[in-house]
Design a protein around this ligand. Structure first.
Ligand SMILES: NC(=O)c1ccc[n+]([C@@H]2O[C@H](COP(=O)([O-])OP(=O)(O)OC[C@H]3O[C@@H](n4cnc5c(N)ncnc54)[C@H](OP(=O)(O)O)[C@@H]3O)[C@@H](O)[C@H]2O)c1
Length: 326
């Protein structure tokens, strides 16, 4: 038999746990309700209630602008009233995209040919090409993986060179382009810097080891920069997509999970000024929510391993010509 004081103790303990449970429930209810409301504003209402991105300045600069997400951003920015500077390696492709933009959107363009794997020596040439322009938006988009398929670090072809190439292209380019463009934005107290990261930067992605680590850099670089320069009128946005059909993703078929580059850029640009860290579109934000909040870390890593191994086998088959790409 329990004595009266013991009974009172257990009742008090029960009430304390019940109270704690109610408080936790209320906190989570507020947190997720707020997240849903923000999500509706950022990903749904932004399609009709658009932020005017031309207010940041006359020109936009896009790195890696001749295909995929960069090209799509360049077109979308021009459609929304900005002149565009395109930077990539191939002069022929640069001129072609510039021509398309001028014809389709009636905006001015400039092209700068540069290979971001060449390290710090390219930046004087870029700085000269941008001199005197009122740059409102910089899209640090250029990025590369170190192999055409998914591989372990030591299986990368010519790893000594490729490791430097990836770091120069994914990390140094972003830091140097920001260093070049930011001062005139600060002078005008206005500017938007969009840094393209990846879901691979949010969690470790085996078989994309260096790529995943460089995208982790992009996340921290963007968040720190946003905090440092927000007071100067500068908005820094980190965009971390999941799958977008481009050359980098072997132009895979699109569906509810895999976006077309032009749809992705349009939706992602709608979120500029509304969110400093975003997956870029509703489909990717929902996928990120499931991966980030609902899966425990060990299961996430195991699932990535299974998915990456399957993708590796499939892409190897494509590259060795034993199966047809969808
Ligand atoms: N596609 C996805 O699913 C996905 C997902 C998450 C994040 N991302 C990120 O999104 C960004 C764009 O990727 P994407 O899929 O659009 O790639 P993509 O289709 O392969 O396009 C890459 C662009 O960068 C240029 N480029 C590549 N290497 C360069 C270099 N060394 N120097 C100068 N320009 C270079 C290419 O043009 P040239 O060949 O003419 O130089 C091209 O315009 C990357 O940062 C990537 O990490 C992509």
């Amino acid at each position: 038999m329990t004595s009266v004081p013991q009974q009172q103790d257990s009742n008090a303990l029960y009430s304390a746990f019940a109270g704690l449970g109610a408080v936790m429930f209320a906190l989570y209810a507020v947190k997720y309700s707020w997240a849903i409301l923000r999500g509706v504003r950022i990903y749904i209402l932004s399609e009709i209630w658009k932020v005017d991105v031309s207010k940041f300045g006359k020109w936009a600069v896009v790195t890696g602008a001749t295909s995929g997400i960069g090209k799509a951003y360049a077109h979308e920015l021009a459609r929304r009233g900005l002149d565009v500077v395109l930077i990539s390696r191939s002069l022929e492709r640069l001129n072609q995209v510039a021509c398309e933009i001028e014809q389709q959107h009636g905006r001015s363009t400039r092209v700068i040919q540069a290979d971001f794997t060449d390290g710090h020596r390219i930046y004087q040439h870029i700085e000269e090409g941008l001199a005197g322009l009122e740059i409102g938006i910089l899209v640090n988009n250029v990025g590369m993986n170190y192999a055409a398929t998914l591989v372990f670090l030591l299986d990368v072809p010519n790893p000594g060179q490729r490791i430097s190439d990836v770091l120069n292209c994914n990390v140094v380019s972003m830091s140097q382009m920001t260093r070049i463009v930011l001062p005139q934005m600060i002078q005008r107290k206005k500017g938007l810097i969009i840094n393209i990261s990846s879901e691979a930067g949010a969690h470790p992605h085996p078989m994309l080891t260096l790529y995943s680590a460089t995208k982790g850099f992009v996340n921290y670089f963007s968040r720190c920069l946003d905090s440092e320069y927000r007071g100067e009128g500068i908005t820094v946005q980190c965009v971390a997509p999941l799958l977008v059909s481009t050359n980098m993703t072997w132009n895979m078929g699109t569906n509810a999970l895999v976006k077309r580059a032009d749809d992705f850029a349009r939706e992602a640009l709608n979120t500029a000024g509304l969110s400093s860290f975003t997956s870029g579109c509703l489909s990717h934000a929902l996928q990120h929510f499931v991966i980030d909040h609902l899966l425990p870390g060990w299961l996430r890593l195991a699932a990535f391993n299974v998915y990456q191994t399957a993708t590796r086998k499939k892409t190897e088959a494509i590259f060795h010509g034993t199966c047809k790409q969808e």
